[in-house]
Ligand binder design. Structure first.
Ligand code: HEM
Length: 401
């Protein structure tokens, strides 16, 4: 094993003034080798997998586990006592597949495409409110968070009136520097809330995803706790990620006015779709890597990963790997970026990606057209970035027009 002095700490800081680029130290490791040891908060030294090809190979490898309770799993922070209970994202097959299968139908491309008019209406209504309200305004609070929260509430059957409650608790859960007890309390509050909702759906099922789960609970296919935990996963994953892509994507476009003009002035849905893929690639908001642990010895790229060793698949730098994305540090909305790993890869690849794509296409297509003079109402250096979270983005984005 490498000595403390030589093993760099992870996560690594981004360079000052380069909020859209991955940490330079991680890029340097990528140039040197496809795998390198890094040191985590607890002194453990998992492998950082730096390159695209090796990441995809390992994420598709059944000898690699996503089970956070296994010894050697490179946890981003201390685990709360009693586990995280964040459902199937942290489980392996066959349990993972059993649970995921129960919620795949509402996220198929066809079912999601049918939601386009409803998403468009949500986006248009929120822009009407923005335009009628005072300026400058915080785009995160007034637009980026409400869009995906309203959409996921509608899909799950969660009352949007409770958004302050679930957004506050989600924030704590994904904050890296939150104490384990704080994260556990946030999670418990959400599980309790979803459990109560599940009770209501069991008594009076409606036409929504949680009611579908309640029917399965009733049929004995799923326990009520499993259903509530799945609800928590979908609620958090469904709004936090997309909200950050909306706000950070808007900031990236404001800082690249030529690209913003391209998107604003096009009538071509294919360019809007490719712009979404390129922004996902370029910004890669899940910036702390996919976390896994080897359950058998694995030979890869001339190295042996031993059973029980942790793996961090750094998808942010994979999305800038020059072997796959030439000139990957430039934002080019016309680029064919669809091979990016911003949604992960393998069995845990993002379940909600058709929905995230739809929301981002509608938002990016509509916001800059309806507010063509949209501008940042502060200096870039004053924008508070989420360096401390498992999902990257901005806490606030003051804008005007
Ligand atoms: C731009 C928005 C989004 C991004 C960048 C994103 C990213 C990701 C990534 C990287 C993973 C893989 C995790 C891993 O391998 O460890 C993932 C999994 C997941 N995502 Fe998303 N996501 C987004 C939106 C959504 C939405 C809207 C939903 C809807 C509920 C969602 C639900 C999920 C679920 C349930 C999983 C777990 C899949 C599994 O373990 O089988 N995501 N997401």
């Amino acid at each position: 094993m490498t000595s403390t002095v030589e093993t760099p700490e992870f996560p690594m800081p981004r360079a000052a003034g380069c909020p859209f680029d991955p940490p330079p130290a991680a890029r340097a490791l990528q140039e040197q080798a496809p795998l390198a040891r890094v040191r985590l908060w607890d002194g453990s030294t998992p492998w950082l997998v730096t390159r695209y090809a090796e990441q995809r190979a390992l994420l598709a490898d059944p000898r690699v586990s996503a089970d956070i309770t296994r010894p050697g799993y490179p946890s981003p922070a201390p685990l709360p006592k009693g586990g995280t209970g964040i459902s199937f994202i942290l489980m392996d097959n066959p349990e993972h597949a059993r649970l995921r299968k129960m919620v795949t139908a509402p996220f198929t491309i066809r079912r999601v495409a049918a939601m386009r008019p409803a998403v468009q209406e949500i986006v248009d209504d929120l822009i009407d409110e923005l335009l009628a309200g005072p300026k400058p305004v915080d785009l995160v609070e007034a637009f980026a968070l409400p869009v995906p929260s309203l959409v996921i509430c509608e899909l799950l059957g969660v009352p949007y009136a409770d958004h302050d409650f679930f957004q506050e608790n989600s924030k704590v859960i994904i904050r890296r520097d939150a104490k384990p007890e704080e994260r556990a309390a946030g999670h418990q509050a959400l599980v309790g809330y979803l459990d109560r909702l599940m009770g209501e759906k069991l008594a009076a099922p409606a036409d929504d995803l949680l009611s579908g789960l309640a029917v399965r609970v009733h049929a004995g296919e799923l326990t009520r706790t499993e259903a509530a935990q799945m609800g928590v996963l979908l609620l958090i994953a469904g709004h936090e990620t997309t909200a950050n892509m909306i706000a950070l994507g808007t900031l990236a476009l404001l800082e690249h006015p030529d690209q913003l003009a391209r998107l604003r002035d096009t009538d071509d849905p294919a360019l809007v779709a490719s712009a979404v893929e390129e922004l996902l690639r370029y910004l890669n908001i899940t910036h702390n890597g996919r976390r896994r642990v080897a359950i058998e010895d694995i030979e890869i790229a001339g190295q042996t990963i031993r059973a029980g060793e942790g793996l961090i698949l750094a998808n942010d730098i994979a999305n800038r790997d020059p072997a796959v994305f030439p000139d990957g540090d430039s934002l080019d909305l016309g680029r064919d970026a669809h091979r990016h790993v911003a949604f992960g890869f393998g069995v845990h690849q993002c379940l909600g990606q058709p929905l995230a794509r739809l929301e981002l296409q509608v938002v990016y297509r509509t916001l800059y057209r309806r507010i063509p003079t949209l501008a940042l109402a502060t200096d870039l250096e004053k924008v508070p970035f989420k360096h401390d979270g498992s999902v990257y983005g901005v806490y606030e984005l003051p804008v005007t027009w």
